[in-house]
Design a protein. Sequence first.
Length: 265
Amino acid sequence: MKIKAFLFDIDDTLYSHKLHKVPELTQYTIKQLKENGYILGVCSSRFPREFYSLPENIFDDFELVIADTGGIILRNHEIIHMETMKKEDIDRCIHYLDQQDNMFYLWVPAVGQPHFSKEPSEHLRQHNINWSGYCPSIQKYNNEPLTNILFFDATEKQMKEIINMVGRESVENWLDSGHINPKGINKAYGLQYFCDYFNLSLDEVVCFGDGRNDITMIENAGIGVAVGNGHEKLKKFADYVCGNIEDGGIYTFCVEHHFIEAIKS
């Protein structure tokens, strides 16, 4: 099957948090892929408000931006599709989280800005400023439709309780934090939407990622590539493991597989 498109995770796949930019070789690769006629997209767990801390022109060469782990689709900076959580799932999650004195949560409405349920810790406040350029305001949930709920500082017991409450497929977790997504929404959903939108088959898409939340995307793609700096569990599901992003791993992979030509010295 001929490859026609590429779909990229953003953080530590396209964008290097070590360098605080998209590496030059990756920038070159994206430009060359576009010039060679490939369809390009990104698929991130960030919700749109969190894009503000990224370089302003990072999406210029991408024809579809998939946010919120697959739940929000943007074309030309406009939302064209959105999935929200079921009301009963929201109520159950909020009721549980409000009873946990040690935990913080951030509820993300379908319209408007996300809000913390209570004053976050200084560490969490700083994390949000570093990640998205600001810290959300504090406001109690008041029955809006939500695209997801983020929780922080969960104990191992609380993490298990949350997963049991909403189902493993609805939780994207890392360390003591996580996203609760609408049921059925993950990066495989985002990949399928990308394919349907551009009339592609899964076999015609190459996907790059670094994290555990990229597993469903990587294992369903025609070619799934884990970057060398990625999570070891993801690498087990990948067809290929390329080099670290700071070392031009994506560039080298695309040159070796004849998707682009090497930079002439």
